[in-house]
Design a protein around this ligand. Sequence first.
Ligand code: NAD
Ligand code: WQD
Length: 335
Amino acid sequence: MSILVTGGTGYIGSHTCVELLNAGHEIVILDNLNNSHLEAVRRIERITGKKPVFIQGDIRDTQFIQKVLIDNKSTAVIHFAGLKAVGESCEQPLKYYDYNVNGTLCLLNAMQQAGVKTLVFSSSATVYGDPEKLPIQENSPLKATNPYGRSKLIVEEMLRDLYASDPNWHIAILRYFNPVGAHKSGLIGEDPKGIPNNLMPIVAQVAGGRREKLHIWGNDYPTPDGTGVRDYIHIVDLAIGHLKALEALDSAQCTAFNLGTGQGYSVMEVIHAFEHVSNKKITYEMAPRRSGDIAECYADPHLAKEQLGWEAKHGLREMCEDMWNWQVKNPQGYQ
Ligand code: NAD
Ligand code: WQD
């Protein structure tokens, strides 16, 4: 009996693997290492004292995945594997539909053929587009504004259709807000390839001297200080959310849950919090708004609390502290 974790060497996957192993689950990590390092598997073992099974492979290979599920007597899948860069998805939409939509379709076919019908899927707050109302509830209108977001939305629709056709499926769709931070040990964390797109990794790299400055994409939003507001969530809280979702999936369902804190912070607030914990100056420059960005986005996390018994525990200070600890211990990431 094991849980198959696709994309388990990536940022969110590796932290979830730690929580799964610590909770006594057997796991099989499947990843093509397209955006991650094998070193993450060794680090997961160092943290937990347990050696996870690692299989290098691609979710788009249905026959292979079916064999992996059967050979390892998998009972459930937590599906992280995919691509996540919004800008790249606008430049190479077909690649995103291939990895994220076709990849998930191949995985679902393999699961169906292997008789494994329990799935936790990584969705994103991006499926809400520019929200009409804040905080965002799960029943808010869904609308994608870029190919990456559309790929998540298509998969969500696919999952709802699948469940409607066969109510033996147990599916949790987790809509993450903005995952940040790292494991307390500083052994695993986010290791973006090339220049990061997201705020917190850039801030950490500027503090660490790896990057000269941060561009703040817009200070004329209708927010208290004019900079964009987001719901940052500590990666360990997010990882635990997967464990709670899995535990709640003993009844048949297909439900979407927001995983966020419910608290929004502006870019300036993040910079100040990071300066405080790192004792470093974050050099920044004001720049025009980034295309496609929204002013404000934060979750109503009540459904996850009521139905999964989950809520985020870490605040912004701990998110910055743990991010900084990872940056200091791994200035060049896993390499
Ligand atoms: P990540 O890139 O660190 O992890 C994804 C992993 O999937 C990588 O290890 C990569 O090598 C692997 N992978 C990619 N394509 C694959 C394929 N075809 N077959 C096998 N493995 C493959 O990203 P992450 O931040 O850990 O994100 C995990 C999931 O969560 C993604 O689906 C992402 O879209 C979603 N998500 C991420 C965020 C975020 O801000 N990090 C927010 C919302 C949703
Ligand atoms: C946060 C804030 C920026 C970088 C993205 C994806 C979303 C999800 C999470 C996967 C915004 C500002 C950023 C910089 C800045 N990913 N910023 N200078 O845009 O909320 O969400 O990651 O599902 O789909 O769109 O996160 O970290 O890029 O930006 O001023 O160099 O920081 O404008 O206000 P975002 P982010």
